[in-house]
Every structure is written in C-alpha cells, then in structure tokens.
Design a protein around this ligand. Structure first.
Ligand code: NAD
Ligand code: UDP
Length: 311
C-alpha cells in the first residue's frame, strides 16, 4: 500500500483528501495543530487502521517514521479573515513548513504537492487566468501575508525540484465550497448560508459585482488526486470555470434556503479581486480532469451539511 502524509488534515480540504486517499487504498498519515481545523472533520477516521494522526505544528521540524510515497502540504489559514487575524502563522506555514516538508520529501524520496491558490494571481488583469500569468499582487496589503507566502511556497518547491531533483507538483486552487467549511470563517459561502438559515441579513461586500468561480469540493479533490498520481511539475489550476457575481451567488443561496433574508451591502475589503475564473485547459489536457458537479447540485449537498450545523 502507498502511504501519504497530508498536512492540514483536520481542515476543510485536508479532511476530504484523507477520505479520498483512504477510499482509494492508501495509508494516510494526517497532521494538524487545529489552528483553524476541527477534530469533528476527521473523527470518523479514528478507528480506521489505515489512518494515523499526529497533532503537530508543521512550522516545527517534522518527523514521520516509515516510508512515505507522497506528501501533500495543505496546512494554512485559508480565509481572508483567518489570515488577517493570523498573519505570522500564515507566513510561517507558507515558508518554514514547506522548507521542513521538502526536506522530508528528499529523505523519503516522496512526491511533494503544495496547495497553492488563485491568490497568486492577485487582482488579475488577465481574464480568465492561465498558469502562465504572473499575477498582480500587492505584497504589503492585507492579503500580502497569504499571497506572498503562497508565491514563496511555489518558488521553494521549484527550487527543490530544480536543485535536488525532488518530484514535486503545484496545485493552484480556485474558490472551493462544500461540507466541513467552518461556519464562521468569513468566506462568502459559509457567511451567506449561515445568514440565510438564521434569517439574518446577507452581507455582500461592495456592490456585489465582483466575480468568483466556485468549485464543489469532490471535484477539486478528484483533480488534486490526479495531479498527485501524475508526474507533472509545473502549476496546474484546479477550479470550476462557471463564473458568477457575488450578488448572484447571494441570491442563489437565499433561494435554495427558502430564506426571507435580504441582501445588504457593506464596505469592500481592500484589494478584493474584481474578477476570477480559472483557465483549466492544462488540467483537461494533463490530468483529463474537469468539474462534473454544477452549482445547483453542489449547493444542495452543502446545504444539507449547514442545516445540521447552523443553530
Ligand atoms: P482550513 O482552514 O479548513 O484548513 C487548514 C488546516 O491547516 C486546518 O485544519 C488548520 O488547523 C491547519 N493548520 C494551519 N496551520 C498549521 C500548522 N502550522 N501546523 C499544522 N496544521 C496547521 O482551510 P482549507 O480551505 O481546507 O485550505 C486548505 C489549503 O488549501 C490551504 O493551504 C489553503 O491556502 C488552500 N486553498 C484553499 C482554497 C479554498 O477555497 N478552500 C482555495 C485556495 C487555496
Ligand atoms: N464576500 C461578501 N460577503 C461576505 C464574505 C465575502 O461579499 O460576507 C465577498 C468577498 O468580498 C469576495 C467574495 O465574496 O469578493 C469571495 O470571498 P471569499 O472570502 O469567499 O474568498 P476570496 O475573496 O478569497 O476569493
């Protein structure tokens, strides 16, 4: 059996990745310090003999005994609210942690995959965004701690690949949603769905004309799984190219929840990207991947989760 280390295992994406690799016959070593994650996301795995869990801060030296075939680095605060509240942790987990984990990958001769992000494109002036675009990032703005950590993470990964010959992969993840998102992480979907289910006002930032392209988590995890098993070294966008304005997204959530909530408008956060849509040509060509779950189905599945959680 192949063995994979997943950092950020107790988080939204990390926990779904644990499920995916276990379902495909891997042994999974999960690692997390519960900074933004929750034991609830992985408690169903604790009795599984193919799952081990280490409570560990991956910015500190990482030791794992035994063989490892793959290392997936998914630990990091990920929502704008989280990385604004935890700027230093965000910078460290994007720099010291990949440094530790690339060293581990070198010793174990493992393939190393990092979770990068569409934020490396910043507030993009090229639309949709192909992997060749270098981005438009403000390094000293509020998002700089996250965006630049992710850009450094890509650079150190390519550095280790080029200098030490480590087998590496880089996934640029676009906005993803689904069950196990934290209710109060401030991202658009958890905010709107919790507000709609509670009958509270929906807080659209700015005039809601900024766009995003939302990918359902099962599709995303399938793309990452394919990239892990491939031998591709350059960045690959994984996301759903169905673009929508944030106002339309809020309206869809009000409708699907049958809520009486009304949409209100608040100040747009600084450097909030105006438009975002992945060019997924590469993922189609290299991984034979494209998303299968459209937003109406994805929102329905996500709503079932939020209905259980929102009190
Ligand atoms: P999340 O907050 O749900 O999960 C992150 C996990 O990392 C949490 O469980 C947290 O406790 C853990 N963590 C943070 N710092 C740690 C440390 N020092 N040591 C050990 N564990 C630590 O976020 P997510 O949405 O699951 O994001 C996972 C990864 O995917 C992140 O790297 C994020 O930047 C990236 N990403 C996510 C999205 C998205 O739409 N969800 C988009 C782009 C990129
Ligand atoms: N957003 C919003 N209201 C909220 C939370 C977010 O209008 O309560 C907007 C936010 O300004 C951004 C979009 O929704 O334009 C997506 O935000 P999210 O935090 O989910 O992701 P990101 O900005 O990182 O793409």
């Amino acid at each position: 059996m192949k063995r994979v280390l997943i950092t950020g295992a107790a988080g939204f994406l990390g926990s779904h990745l644990c499920d995916k690799f276990l379902a495909n016959g891997f042994k999974v070593v999960g690692m997390d310090n519960f900074l933004t994650g929750s034991e609830d996301n992985i408690s169903h795995l604790f009795g599984n003999p193919n799952f081990e869990f280490y409570h560990h801060d991956v910015t500190k030296f990482v030791h794992v005994s035994g063989e490892l075939d793959y290392i997936l680095h998914f630990a990091s605060p990920a929502s704008p609210i989280d990385y604004l509240e935890m700027p230093i942790q965000t910078l460290k987990v994007g720099s010291l942690a990949p440094y530790n984990l690339l060293g581990l990958a070198r010793v174990k001769k493992a393939r190393f995959i990092i979770a990068s992000t569409s934020e490396v494109y910043g507030d993009p002036s090229v639309h949709p965004q192909p992997e060749e675009y270098w981005g438009n990032v403000n390094p000293i703005g509020p998002r700089g701690v996250y965006d630049e950590a992710k850009r450094f993470q890509e650079a150190i990964t390519m550095g280790y690949h080029n200098y030490h010959g480590i087998d590496t992969g880089i996934v640029r993840i676009f906005n993803t949603y689904g069950p196990r998102m934290r209710l109060n992480d401030g991202r658009a979907l958890p905010a709107f769905m919790s507000q709609a289910l509670r009958g509270e006002d929906i807080t659209v930032f700015g005039d809601g004309s900024q766009t995003r392209s939302f990918c359902y988590v099962d599709d995303l995890v399938d793309g990452i799984y394919r990239l892990t098993l491939s031998d591709y070294h350059y960045p690959v966008n994984i996301g759903n190219p169905q673009e929508i304005t944030i106002k339309q997204f809020a309206d869809e959530i009000v409708e699907i929840t049958n809520s009486g909530s009304k949409v209100t408008y608040q100040e747009l956060p600084k450097d909030d990207p105006k438009q975002r849509r992945p060019d997924i040509t590469k993922a189609k060509e290299i991984l034979d991947w494209e998303p299968k779950i459209d937003r109406s189905e994805g929102l329905k599945r996500t709503l079932e989760y939020f209905q259980q959680k929102v009190k």
